[in-house]
Design a protein around this ligand. Structure first.
Ligand code: HEC
Length: 142
């Protein structure tokens, strides 16, 4: 009996303490507090090349594995559709391309395709990287 009472007291103290700490330390409307609420759990860390310290991914965006590659290499053409490049998020344009099959698309990115340079401006990217970028641009999971 005595045990039960003290346990619930601990629980109440725990909950109260937690809520208060959240208010005092961050403030519910502070930028950081909003960002931390919007951030999905388990956002992967980005490891800086060269063995630097790990830094957290951009706080407000759930990181798609293809986003970074797209932002670095594909966006120059695929954001505005340079020379007929299928645009980011243009489902209809991507549907036509995806019908060719992912193997063909990866081959075209790897070797270059009409106005698209070999590697899609990312010659060091692996097929897996390119695939992620295609998934990101087309809004599909392949
Ligand atoms: C210099 C501009 C440019 C860059 C950079 C670029 N692309 Fe392209 N991409 C194009 C153009 C233009 C087309 C359309 C070519 C056509 O159909 O004639 C295209 C088409 C594609 C296609 C469809 C190919 C097919 O067979 O229909 C894929 C997939 C693709 N790009 C992926 C990528 C990826 C992934 C990246 C970044 C790693 C990238 N592209 C970077 C210009 C670019």
């Amino acid at each position: 009996m005595l045990k039960k009472v003290s346990l619930s007291l601990v629980l109440i103290a725990g909950i109260g303490g937690h809520a208060m700490a959240a208010c005092v330390l961050t403030g519910p409307m502070s930028k950081e507090a909003i960002a931390s609420r919007l951030q999905p759990p388990g956002v992967p860390e980005v490891v800086v090349a060269g063995g630097g310290a790990a830094v957290p991914a951009a706080p407000l965006v759930a990181a798609h594995p293809g986003k970074k590659i797209y932002d670095t290499s594909c966006t120059a053409c695929h954001s505005i559709g340079v020379a007929g490049a299928p645009k980011l998020g243009d489902k209809a344009a991507w549907e036509v391309r995806l019908k060719k099959g992912i193997e063909t698309l990866l081959k075209h990115v790897h070797e270059g395709y009409n106005a698209m340079p070999a590697g899609g401006a990312c010659p060091q990217c692996t097929s897996e990287d390119h695939k992620h970028a295609i998934e990101y641009m087309s809004g599909t999971t392949l």
